[in-house]
Design a protein around this ligand. Structure first.
Ligand SMILES: O=C(O)CCC(=O)C(=O)O
Ligand SMILES: [Fe+2]
Length: 299
């Protein structure tokens, strides 16, 4: 029986179809069982070299915004300055916009947060080797007290832009199954590298150009990096539309020219939502009708 073909569930059907077309069923199972998954480049439909182009775009933004230079990320083991201007990336390059609008990435965002999902924030992680750059366990549903909802309010889709082959590469770590626990780690649980730590996460393994996905309830952190060179990641945070945006995409944040070339941006930046941006944009003629939000889990 092909349930999607019955067209009984207009919000779920296109997601089911995309998942089947791109051979993503395994990843949906992993998300359900463990709370995270890694989709390799060959399932993302990206052109050859896309991961390298995106990495170069992210590194160029860092250099330009901070007024610094270095040659090869593989042999750069110290950042000239901390990556403090890491956010609001969408208008910086076509590779970044196309990573945001990648159909598999969008399907993963909408699988977790519905068709009305909005892009809450974009940022980069550029991580040099350092003894102490561990990231404690946390979940990304900041400020929401327990018990957290059984469905995610947000989802993280992170483009992995350098290889995560081993623990030495400083990868993201996950606590499989923790997406069902409905709470944040305590401070004692968060320091997973301390002797006698009660929770032991598993490291992510991924080739450059992969897309890692985890919902807002998932416990994760990162190993410190020991390998020479920089770890590079682009983080996209997607929200159900009642959540507070991390980046504000109002007037001027994305150029009219980019909105015209990539019209799907109007929806994912929230311009077609009932609130808050409709009246603040300069291109009302390009914006589709107001969408309905929150009709069901996939709405
Ligand atoms: O460094 C990492 O891989 C984890 C970053 C993180 O916590 C996040 O993107 O939410
Ligand atoms: Fe996080």
């Amino acid at each position: 029986m092909d349930i999607a073909a019955l067209e009984s569930s207009p919000n779920a059907d296109p997601l089911v179809n995309t998942i089947l077309e791109h051979d993503l069923a395994r990843h949906i199972v992993e998300l359900d069982a463990y709370g995270f998954t890694v989709i390799p480049p060959e399932k993302l439909g990206t052109p050859p070299g896309f991961g390298q182009d995106l990495r170069e775009a992210i590194l160029d933004v860092y250099k330009r915004r901070h007024g610094v230079a270095f040659d090869d990320f593989r042999s750069t083991s110290e950042l000239p300055v901390p990556n403090e201007m890491a956010w609001q990336l969408i208008d910086e390059s076509d590779a970044i916009t196309e990573a945001v609008l990648n159909p598999v990435c969008l399907a993963m965002a909408r699988w977790h947060c519905g068709q009305s999902a909005v892009l809450g924030g974009t940022s980069s992680i550029i991580k040099p080797p350092a003894e102490d750059n561990w990231l404690p366990l946390h979940n990304d549903t900041h400020g929401v007290p327990p018990p957290q909802a059984a469905y995610p309010h947000l989802v993280n889709t992170s483009w992995v832009l350098t290889d995560y082959d081993s623990r030495e590469d400083g990868p993201t770590v996950f606590v499989p199954g923790s997406h069902r626990w409905g709470r944040l780690p305590t401070p004692h649980e968060a320091m997973f590298w301390h002797d006698g730590a009660p929770v032991q996460p598993v490291p992510m393994q991924a080739k450059a150009g992969s897309l890692a996905i985890w919902g807002g309830n998932m416990w994760h952190g990162a190993y410190n990096r020991l390998t020479e060179g920089l770890r590079v990641t682009m983080v996209l945070v997607w929200l159900r539309p009642y959540m507070k945006m991390i980046n504000m995409w109002n007037e001027g944040a994305v150029s009219p020219e980019r909105l015209e070339r990539y019209p799907e941006l109007n929806k994912i930046l929230g311009y077609e939502h009932p609130y808050p941006f409709r009246e603040q944009v300069s291109n009302p003629e390009q914006i589709g009708p107001m969408i309905e939000v929150g009709q069901d889990q996939f709405g």
